[in-house]
Design a protein around this ligand. Structure first.
Ligand SMILES: C[S@@+](CC[C@H](N)C(=O)[O-])C[C@H]1O[C@@H](n2cnc3c(N)ncnc32)[C@H](O)[C@@H]1O
Length: 169
């Protein structure tokens, strides 16, 4: 019988809000981050959590439980190109319990054209080292790998474009 629910949180949060709430609810928390500093912050907020220092671009690290009830990569996928994203998603879905869920929070676009449009509006504030998600490219690749995937947009891209500074003229 399962005694505790387990959650694997990728890229430990600066605020720790989600993990802290789950810890209070009795979940067993596992956190992965490349940054020792981030893990130190996580330790302060989550004294009982299991912390793993690892570079996710090489895949999920050893030393973790076989499966998790929730896997929650929070704003980390933008650090990886499409092939690494796909490898990680496959590894994560293979590491879920029967009724487990993978919950990815990230900024995504339906098409490359949308991504380019928002990048143009953002100007110099756009971080060129980050790789956006483009659903039209990713979904066929994930379906080809045997996953059932659908894209449900939340209109953050529209919100970003409409909040672009207006010209003085
Ligand atoms: C934008 S922060 C997101 C923090 C938090 N999850 C949140 O939602 O607020 C990105 C995090 O990813 C971590 N990170 C970046 N590249 C990584 C990698 N290759 N492997 C593991 N963690 C990485 C950073 O150290 C940082 O903590």
């Amino acid at each position: 019988m399962r005694v505790r629910s387990t959650v694997l949180s990728m890229s430990t949060s600066r605020t720790g809000n989600l993990s802290t709430r789950r810890a209070l609810a009795g979940w067993e928390i596992w956190e992965i981050d490349l940054s020792r500093n981030m893990l130190r912050r996580a330790r302060a907020k989550l004294p009982a959590a299991h912390l793993l220092e690892a570079d996710l671009s090489s895949g999920l690290p050893d030393g973790r439980p076989e499966s998790f009830d929730r896997i929650v990569p929070g704003y980390v996928f933008q650090h990886f190109g499409d092939p690494t994203k796909i490898d990680l998603i496959l590894q994560m879905t293979a590491s879920l319990t029967d009724r487990g869920l993978l919950l990815v929070t990230s900024i995504a676009f339906e098409t490359d054209a949308q991504l380019f449009s928002v990048r143009e509006s953002a100007g110099e504030t756009w971080d060129l080292s980050e790789h956006g998600w483009v659903a039209n490219r990713m979904i066929p690749s994930l379906i080809e790998k045997g996953l059932a995937v659908r894209f449900e947009p939340f209109p953050i891209a529209e919100a970003l474009s409409s909040s672009a500074p207006e010209s003085d003229g």
